[in-house]
Design a protein around this ligand. Structure first.
Ligand code: IPM
Ligand code: MN
Length: 368
């Protein structure tokens, strides 16, 4: 089996964390006898500086011609004054559109070893394991018309728009994921105010009838924002529209204790896209202190969804747990009790050693 991966390190801490994710991927793919190629391309601010555009054509082409795309992060303060369509973020939105993945999976898991990193009490986060399925190609992010009105009466507008098929396809992803988990879907909307949400709720309800074994509940987004931090354990799969999902998935980071832990997979299109949720973190970029575990966990999702290598995905997830259990922490996870505070590269090396061990053990077990 051969896997061609396009790597888009991007901006800020993106290159640092992506390097570690690639290192882990190489190790695991090697263990399982996969051949892999990694081709690096520019996106975001780096691409603006180099090519004058956040999504150069060769980058888009390389991505659509590969089996999977692994991205670091885009964005930085030096681009803040650019119009929305020219910013680094426009490169990422353009890439998402070009690849066509409409379902963005963002798991948030409470790891016992770092429960003290969460601002929530340990008994509140204990055992929480939420999968946010965020609609990624519609809603207010892409709706037309949008823009600024003329300067004589300064105003700006965006459009939230959803069609039935757009809601149906992401709802199916959520229900299928729930079938593999604890069989509960919470559909999040603002149906007490927004027409798009009323359509969302009706459509999800209808799709839900095809999955009688999955329990469906509906929740307003404001209420969900509260429940995520008061009772995260009550959720299994959350499905929601683009902007709500963007906001709720950052909030869900309190379950793991750091935004640096969260991974994502964007599936359903021509080529799937994997990226940590944390963004470019310009304040710590280049310092070698960023947490690579979100990027490494994204690599696990890549093996699961794009390579059909579930065992390899689990090896990485087990290795992350082992390294945390052993007391190693990047700075964002340090609450004073860390056995050792490690750099980005040291954390990558620790996971690499652990993953090789875990994979060996799994193979030895299967051999007997
Ligand atoms: C995310 C990010 C992006 C988004 C930005 C960088 C465009 O915040 O992936 O959550 O809003 O989708
Ligand atoms: Mn976001």
């Amino acid at each position: 089996m051969r896997l061609d991966i396009t790597v888009l390190p991007g901006d800020g801490v993106g290159p640092e964390v992506t390097r570690e994710a690639v290192r882990i991927l190489r190790t695991v793919l090697d263990v399982y006898g996969y051949e892999a190629s990694f081709e690096e391309r520019a996106i975001g601010g780096v691409a603006i500086r180099q090519f004058g555009t956040p999504l150069p054509e060769p980058t888009a082409r390389a991505c659509t011609e590969s089996h999977a795309v692994l991205l670091g992060a885009v964005g930085g303060p030096e681009f803040d004054s650019l119009p929305a369509g020219e910013r680094p973020e426009a490169g990422l939105l353009g890439l998402r559109r070009a690849l066509g993945g409409y379902a963005n999976l963002r798991p948030a898991v409470a790891y016992g070893a770092i429960a003290d990193c969460s601002p929530l009490r340990p008994e509140v986060v204990k055992g929480a394991d939420v999968l946010i399925v965020r609609e990624l190609l519609g809603g207010i992010y892409f709706g037309e018309p949008r823009g600024f009105s003329d300067a004589s009466a300064p105003a700006a507008y965006n459009t939230m728009r959803y069609s039935v098929p757009e809601v149906e396809r992401v709802a199916h992803v959520a229900f299928r994921q729930a079938q593999l988990r604890r069989r509960k879907v919470t559909s999040v909307d603002k149906a007490n105010v927004l027409e798009t949400s009323q359509l969302w709720r009706q459509t999800v309800t209808r799709v839900g009838r095809e999955y009688p074994e999955v329990r469906l509940e509906h929740m307003y987004v404001d209420s969900c924002a509260l429940r995520l931090i008061t009772n995260p354990g009550s959720f299994d799969v959350i499905v929601t529209e683009n902007l709500f999902g963007d906001i709720l998935s950052d909030e869900a980071a309190v379950i793991s204790g750091s935004l640096g832990m969260l991974a994502s997979a964007t599936i359903g299109g021509k080529v799937d896209l994997y990226e940590p949720v944390h963004g470019s973190a310009p304040d710590i970029a280049g310092a070698g202190v960023a947490n690579p575990l979100g990027a490494i966990a994204s690599a696990a999702l890549l093996l699961r969804h794009s390579a059909g290598l579930e065992a390899g995905a689990q090896d990485i997830e087990d290795a992350i747990r082992e390294v945390l259990d052993a007391g190693y922490r990047t700075a964002d996870l340090n609450r004073g009790r860390a056995k050792r505070v490690v750099s980005t590269a040291e954390m990558g090396a620790l996971v690499e050693t652990a993953v090789a061990d875990v994979a060996d053990r799994r193979r030895a077990y299967h051999a007997v």
